[in-house]
Design a protein around this ligand. Structure first.
Ligand SMILES: [Zn+2]
Ligand SMILES: [Zn+2]
Length: 428
């Protein structure tokens, strides 16, 4: 992987990736903190898994036939010959971590992580994007599905989002899905010449994939396909009814979308997707997930039911921009210390003030008062604390307000923290 070069010759971030700098990154911090507070209130604990995994984790979990594994996954041979992959999605890694560490079930975990997919870069789609998500393992109870969906909905609301929709469906299970897939294949075969060019010849590989196709030709055909919800076995039907009743009871509005299927083999029963109505339709998926009762077994472990979701940070922030919500103003610095003598007072005073709980930056290299004042002003600090030869000799600091007016005055070193704190209280 060679980094692209700027005209000047210095390296640039690889195609399809981007840097997030302060103060934009303050919004990311607030996003993750809001998410963590919410899901931890429901018993989910942070799990950190490696960004690199044995490629088999995703090959077995997601399935070779999926685009994510077949075309988009970053894979490489490690120095010892192991095939490794960069994480393309969240669930398989968490289930691998469960199988390896065997925490007590039910196990509820949340994560925040970069994801890697070698897609064609376009607006709102990155080769490295970021997600927060949760996984609940060890309970087949439909009420866990309800809890998971409710948490996603509550999170979006807490960011201030309102213009989004929730679609739900059931994908059945190994009891009822095979018969439905046969029925679907039969229907699609009868309409083979009406399908889009990608699907005309590819029904047999995975007929469910055609349901997910967004091209108008396929959409027209799938409008009339047999609906999986009408072919569920008794257990799956009861499970889905309980999920829908639970969402109703909690006031989470959900619409049945019989074409909502997920591209990963391990999904069973409940599947759901949130889409923003405020951003461009092709890129409006802001989060989704579902139940994956077959995944742990597919990865060679004991049968372990599970349900979870992933939420794309970049997409959700786009939706927030479009709705004009979740603008995050990082708190300003309380003070900026300018020492034009030898830097000793700046060194000691800035540490004393930080120890006293204040947000403090300082100038370096004893540049001129004018130059340092410029930097202090740009820093957004409320006050400048200026130390010249007279102040250094007298053991005082000149406190000069930079925001909201006021006279500058000399304050003994020992009282600076109190004075700055009082000024912060007055201006906020
Ligand atoms: Zn198609
Ligand atoms: Zn079933």
């Amino acid at each position: 992987m060679s980094a692209e070069r700027a005209p000047s010759g210095s390296p640039r971030a690889p195609r399809g990736t981007r840097d997030v700098l302060w103060p934009e990154s303050a919004r990311w911090e607030a996003f993750v903190a809001t998410f963590a507070t919410l899901v931890e209130s429901a018993g989910y604990g942070l799990v950190q898994t490696p960004v690199i995994e044995d490629a088999a984790v995703f090959r077995r979990g997601i399935g070779e036939a999926s685009d994510v594994v077949g075309k988009e996954m970053y894979e490489f041979t490690d120095r010892d010959g192991t095939m490794l992959a960069l994480r393309p999605e969240g669930t398989a890694s968490v289930v691998r971590a469960y199988l390896q560490n065997r925490p007590v079930l039910p196990w509820k975990a949340w994560y925040v992580t970069p994801m890697f997919r070698h897609e064609r870069p376009q607006a709102g789609r990155y080769r490295q994007h970021h997600q927060v998500g949760i996984e609940g393992l060890g309970a087949a109870d439909a009420d866990l599905d309800v809890e998971v969906i409710w948490l996603a909905d509550r999170f979006f609301r807490s960011l201030g989002l309102g213009r989004y929709a929730l679609a739900v469906n059931s994908m059945g299970d190994w009891q009822c899905r095979p018969a439905y897939v046969a029925l679907l294949a039969e229907f699609l075969r009868a309409h083979a010449d009406e399908l889009c060019e990608d699907h005309a010849g590819r029904i047999e590989a995975n007929p469910m994939r055609v349901l997910d196709c967004k091209r108008p030709e396929c959409r027209a055909v799938t409008e009339g396909v047999p609906r999986l919800v009408e072919h569920l076995c008794e257990d799956c039907a009861a499970h889905f009814a309980r999920v829908r009743a639970g969402l109703d009871a909690l006031g989470v509005e959900a619409t049945l979308d019989h074409r909502l299927v997920r591209g990963f083999d391990y999904y069973t029963r409940t599947t759901f997707e949130f889409s923003s109505q405020a951003i461009e339709a092709a890129q409006n998926g802001i989060g989704g997930g579902g139940r994956y009762d077959g995944l742990a077994e597919a990865m060679g472990g004991p049968a372990t039911p599970g349900v979870g979701f992933g939420i794309g940070i970049e997409r959700v922030l786009l939706a927030c921009d479009a709705e004009g919500c979740f603008a995050v103003e990082p708190p300003p610095l309380d003070a900026y210390v300018i020492d034009v003598v030898d830097g000793t007072v700046a060194r000691d005073l800035s540490v004393a003030l930080r120890d006293a709980g204040l947000r403090v930056d300082r100038g370096f290299e004893q540049r001129s008062l004018k130059a340092q004042l410029k930097v202090a002003d740009r820093s957004g600090a409320r006050v400048a604390l200026i130390v010249g030869p007279a102040e250094a000799a007298a053991g005082t600091v000149m406190v000069r307000p930079l925001r909201g007016g006021g006279e500058q005055r000399a304050v003994p070193n020992g009282e600076v923290a109190d004075v700055v704190r009082t000024m912060r209280g007055a201006s906020s």
